[in-house]
Ligand binder design. Structure first.
Ligand code: NAD
Length: 237
């Protein structure tokens, strides 16, 4: 039943946008999901468990791994997706904001793997990271975000080699996807972003969730250490 029958998955940044779409899709594909976010979520179904926490804290990951072990006895999929962004050129970006973005957007994946590698190896699982086109293209006002997202692509490759035969590790690289992160962004910037894609439109969170699902399930059994662009052709234009 579905592409992830009986699998147990952790999804971070699960309360909004791409993470929420991944949770929904994973559940439809037969997975049981541990949904992690800073904000409160109130799941009303037995196959969905919410954990409230900050992914940049090691303690959160201890709780997540304990929950997976205690509630389900296994962990098959880790989708490290939560992120935060502060827009400012490097010379105006406060040091705390630099540190915070590197912690949430990059270090969290190290903490996740440190806590969950044992479980993932036992189940011969899959890890999917969410990077961004900012990893590949310089865009003004995102120094820490871009550094962290570029770091994730390298980290994904590194982890794929590290855990080779047992755990597959891949990265999705989304382009402009219509989620609440675009709420505060002006019409002109939105128009320019859409015009920068070959597709000529924003992507939908569900379209990224489809790529994440492919990388999480057995359909991608020989794909590891890869980065999959889901950017509407942004980087091709
Ligand atoms: P979103 O803001 O809709 O959702 C992000 C979620 O992460 C929020 O629910 C937020 O509460 C949570 N979060 C933030 N910091 C957290 C923390 N420290 N611990 C736990 N949860 C935390 O964002 P989105 O657009 O769905 O983005 C999801 C991922 O996709 C991010 O990694 C983002 O960088 C990436 N991405 C998005 C776009 C886009 O255009 N939307 C483009 C490229 C990459």
């Amino acid at each position: 039943r579905g592409l992830l029958p009986g699998k147990v998955a952790v999804v971070t940044g699960a309360a909004s946008g791409i993470g929420a779409a991944v949770v929904e899709r994973f559940l439809r594909e037969g997975a049981r999901v541990i949904a992690v976010d800073l904000t409160d979520q109130s799941p009303d179904r037995p196959d969905l468990l919410a954990v409230r926490g900050d992914v940049s804290h090691a303690e959160t990951w201890r709780r997540i791994a304990d929950t997976a072990r205690a509630e389900f006895g296994r962990l098959d999929v880790l989708h490290s997706n939560a992120s935060t962004v502060v827009r400012a050129p490097a010379h105006e970006l406060p040091e705390d904001d630099w540190d915070r973005q590197l912690s949430v957007n990059l270090k969290a994946t190290y903490l996740a793997v440190r806590a969950c590698a044992g479980l993932l190896k036992e189940s011969r699982g899959a890890v999917v990271l969410t990077s961004s086109v900012h990893a590949l293209v310089g865009l003004p006002g995102h120094p820490a975000y871009a550094a962290a997202k570029g770091g994730l692509v390298s980290l994904g490759r590194q982890l794929a080699v590290e855990y080779g035969p047992e755990v597959r590790v891949n990265t999705v690289i989304p382009g402009p996807i219509l989620t609440p992160v675009w709420d505060g962004i002006g019409e002109e910037d939105r128009r320019r972003s859409v015009a920068a894609t070959a597709a000529g439109r924003f992507g939908r969170p569900e379209e990224v969730a489809a790529a994440v699902t492919f990388l999480a399930c057995a359909e991608s059994s020989y794909v590891t250490g890869a980065s999959l662009l889901v950017d509407g052709g942004w980087t091709a234009v």
